[in-house]
Design a protein. Structure first.
Length: 335
């Protein structure tokens, strides 16, 4: 967060992947320098409100909720460069990522390796780059997230009303997201539905999502549709993946759980996938998003494949033209 934004009251929206998170943890993720006592004081004093209502520090947040964030106390020690104004090069870089922009929406093509939000050791991230469009009401709002090493479409809302409507669409699972991935082996059946709750284990850089029982404490429902686009014999498959829920690392964890980890994934890969990956980076790309535009009609945005995924296509002989417009046209959610 910039100095300017941290001194102002802000309205931020709970990301889809943060559904169910405690308020105090939500704050600590964004401002790691805050103590639990500081968060408790702000919440109990009514400075923090969710959808206009008071909330306890241990209260749970729902995806799409609007959080009133009071001015945040400065950290005692600042990460180098985190609070510096954007340079001309930073602004040019941010604008170069734009896939689509109108008066309510911006769609970025996030490159692999760029975090969406900052932390104690992350000073270059999408959230900081949003200052390229201005501050205060002019500053776009994040409405969902992508993993640092996942490339592709990232939507932003221009102004609080647009952000609220977009975040609401994600929270109500009305956004159709299509990811492309190259995975180990050939899944059988070649299309289907993964309904496997996930639970976080570990902390910080060692945090992972693992399979869990539905009634297990901390388990979160997680559902993913998958469909084969093409395959390189039995070695590797190019898959379309559609998350119905938005859990952290959901696609990566689900593909590992069914025995077909995404190639180039150091966290969720296994010995076979790591051997086949070689020098390939994470083969996961947010290809397309389709949802209602905040002002009416449909918004459909596609991101050209990243250099990382292009390297995988070239290695296994895949061609973009093989993909159907909707790989999930014949797949129905089981219920």
């Amino acid at each position: 967060m910039s100095d300017e934004s941290s001194r102002q009251v802000q309205i931020l929206y709970v990301a889809e992947a943060e559904d169910g998170i405690r308020l105090d943890r939500w704050f600590r993720r964004r401002w790691p320098h805050l103590s639990n006592i500081q968060v408790q004081k702000m919440a109990r004093g009514g400075q923090i409100r969710v959808d206009g209502a008071r909330i306890k520090p241990e209260g749970r947040l729902t995806a799409g909720a609007a959080v009133r964030v009071p001015p945040i106390p400065e950290p005692v020690v600042r990460a180098p460069g985190e609070h510096a104004p954007l340079s001309a090069a930073d602004i040019a870089f941010a604008k170069s990522l734009v896939l689509y922009e109108d008066d309510m929406v911006i769609a970025l093509n996030k490159p692999a390796g760029l975090a969406v939000q900052g932390g104690t050791k992350t000073t270059k991230h999408v959230d900081r780059l949003l200052s390229a469009w201005g501050e205060g009401m002019e500053r776009p709002r994040l409405v969902h997230r992508l993993d640092r090493d996942t490339s592709g479409v990232l939507l932003l809302g221009k102004g609080p009303e647009a952000a609220k409507r977009l975040a609401g669409a994600f929270a109500r699972r009305q956004a159709k997201k299509t990811y492309w991935a190259i995975v180990l082996g050939l899944p059988k059946p070649t299309q289907g539905w993964i309904d496997q709750p996930l639970k976080k284990s570990g902390i910080n850089d060692f945090e992972m999502m693992r399979a869990a029982e539905a009634k297990e404490n901390g388990a979160e429902p997680a559902e993913t549709a998958y469909a084969l686009i093409s395959h390189a014999g039995q070695r590797a498959a190019w898959m379309a993946l559609r998350p119905y829920t938005g859990r952290t690392h959901q696609l990566r964890a689900h593909m590992r759980i069914i025995g077909h980890p995404i190639l180039g994934d150091p966290k969720y890969g296994d010995e076979k996938s790591q051997a086949l990956s070689g020098l390939l980076k994470l083969q996961l790309h947010a290809r397309r998003i389709e949802l209602d535009h905040p002002s009416g009609g449909k918004l459909i945005v596609e991101a050209p494949i990243s250099p990382e995924l292009k390297a995988g296509f070239e290695h296994f002989g895949f061609d973009e033209q093989e993909a159907d417009v909707d790989p999930f046209a014949n797949l129905r959610r089981p219920r």
